[in-house]
Design a protein around this ligand. Structure first.
Ligand SMILES: Cc1ncc(C[n+]2csc(CCOP(=O)(O)OP(=O)(O)O)c2C)c(N)n1
Ligand code: SF4
Ligand SMILES: [Mg+2]
Length: 305
C-alpha cells in the first residue's frame, strides 16, 4: 500500500477517528519524518482504516483482527530504521489481541501503539468492547454490559510498556503532541485514545468527555518520567493509581515514561553485533528464483557453543 492516495473516507460524521487521523498525520509531518520510512500497521475495525485514509505517502499494512502488533514487531525487527505505528480498536488490541498486547511489553520493541478506545466494536455494529464498564448500556446492547472492563493504562504499565499515555480524539493539538513524544520515545509506547463513536456509543460522547477530561501536564507536581532505576516502582504505582481516576475527572497526558529499559533491538544487537547495520531486511534472499541466503551464515553468530 505504499504511497496510496485515497480521496474517500467512510467513517460516520463526527467519529473520533477523524481527530486521531489528523493528529497522527500532523505528528509525522511536524517531526519531519520521511513518510517513506513510516509504516502504519492496523487491525480490523473502523480504526483499522487509518492506513487507507492517511494523506501521506507512508506505507501501510491492514492486517488481521487482533494481530496488528505481531506484524508490526516483525516489520520493526526486520528493519529497525523504519518508524512503525500500530492503529487498532479496543476490541482488536484488548479483546482478541490482548495476549499479544501483554506479551509485547516484555520485549519493549521501539514501536508506537495507538488504541482507538470507543467502548464498542464499531465496525460490527456496537457490541461492548473490553473497555466498556460493567453495567453500562450503550444503545445497541439489549441489556447492560455483563463484563467488567480492562484499564488499558494499568494493563500497559504492568505489562512492561515504557511509555504510557492517554489522549482525547477531540483535542487534536494535545493528542498530536503525545503522538510526537511516543514516536520519539525509545521503546514500546502505548496511547489510549478516548474516541467517541457517535453511532453506537451514546454514553461516552464528545459532550461527556469535554466536561470531564483534564490534562496531567497542567499539574506541576505530576512527573511521570523515570530518571533513576530506584524511581521505577514508585512512578509505576503512582501512574496505575492515577489511571483509576475515571468519571467526573478523567486524566489525559503522559502517565509513565521510562527510557532506562533496553529495547529489544538493543538486546538483539548485544548478541548479534551486525544486526543494526545489517538487519534481515537488507538480505538479498533470492536471485532469479533461487534462494541466495546461506542459513549457515545467519546461524553462525547465534550458535551456542
Ligand atoms: C478473527 C476475527 N474475528 C472476528 C472478526 C469480526 N470483527 C471485525 S471488526 C471486529 C471488532 C471491531 O471492534 P474494535 O476492534 O473495537 O474496532 P472499532 O471498529 O471499534 O474501531 C470484529 C469482532 C474478524 N474480522 N476477525
Ligand atoms: S461506527 Fe463508530 S467508530 Fe465506526 S466509523 Fe462510525 S462513529 Fe466511527
Ligand atoms: Mg472499538
Amino acid at each position: 500500500m505504499a504511497g496510496l492516495k485515497v480521496e474517500w473516507n467512510d467513517w460516520c460524521p463526527g467519529c473520533g477517528n477523524f481527530g486521531i487521523l489528523s493528529a497522527e498525520q500532523q505528528a509525522i509531518q511536524e517531526l519531519g519524518l520521511d513518510p517513506k520510512k513510516v509504516v502504519l500497521v492496523s487491525g480490523i475495525g473502523c480504526s483499522g482504516k487509518i492506513p487507507h485514509f492517511i494523506r501521506l505517502p507512508a506505507s501501510g499494512v491492514h492486517t488481521l483482527h487482533g494481530r496488528a502488533l505481531t506484524f508490526a514487531i516483525g516489520i520493526k525487527l526486520a528493519n529497525p530504521s523504519l518508524e512503525v505505528i500500530v492503529n487498532g480498536g479496543d476490541g482488536d488490541q484488548l479483546g482478541i489481541g490482548v495476549g499479544h498486547f501483554v506479551s509485547a511489553g516484555r520485549r519493549n520493541v521501539d514501536l508506537t501503539v495507538i488504541v482507538h478506545n470507543n467502548g464498542v466494536y464499531g465496525l460490527t455494529k456496537g457490541q461492548a468492547s473490553p473497555t466498556l464498564k460493567l453495567g453500562v448500556k450503550t444503545k445497541s446492547l439489549p441489556k447492560p454490559n455483563i463484563n467488567s472492563d480492562i484499564n488499558p493504562i494499568a494493563l500497559a504499565i504492568s505489562s512492561g510498556y515504557t511509555f504510557v499515555a492517554r489522549g482525547y480524539a477531540y483535542d487534536v493539538k494535545h493528542l498530536k503532541e503525545i503522538i510526537k513524544k511516543a514516536i520519539k520515545h525509545k521503546g514500546l509506547a502505548m496511547i489510549d485514545v478516548l474516541q467517541p463513536c457517535p453511532t453506537y456509543n451514546d454514553i461516552h460522547t464528545k459532550e461527556y468527555y469535554d466536561k470531564r477530561v483534564y490534562k496531567l501536564d497542567e499539574d506541576p507536581s505530576w512527573d511521570p518520567i523515570v530518571k533513576k532505576p530506584e524511581e521505577m516502582d514508585d512512578k509505576m504505582s503512582k501512574a496505575i493509581l492515577k489511571s483509576m481516576e475515571w468519571g467526573d475527572r478523567t486524566p489525559i497526558g503522559i502517565f509513565y515514561q521510562n527510557e532506562l529499559v533496553s529495547t529489544y533491538e538493543q538486546r538483539i544487537a548485544e548478541r548479534s553485533p551486525s544486526y543494526l547495520d545489517n538487519p534481515p531486511a537488507h538480505d538479498v534472499i533470492e536471485f532469479e528464483g533461487k534462494p541466495t541466503t546461506d542459513v549457515e551464515d545467519i546461524l553462525k553468530e547465534r550458535r551456542v557453543t
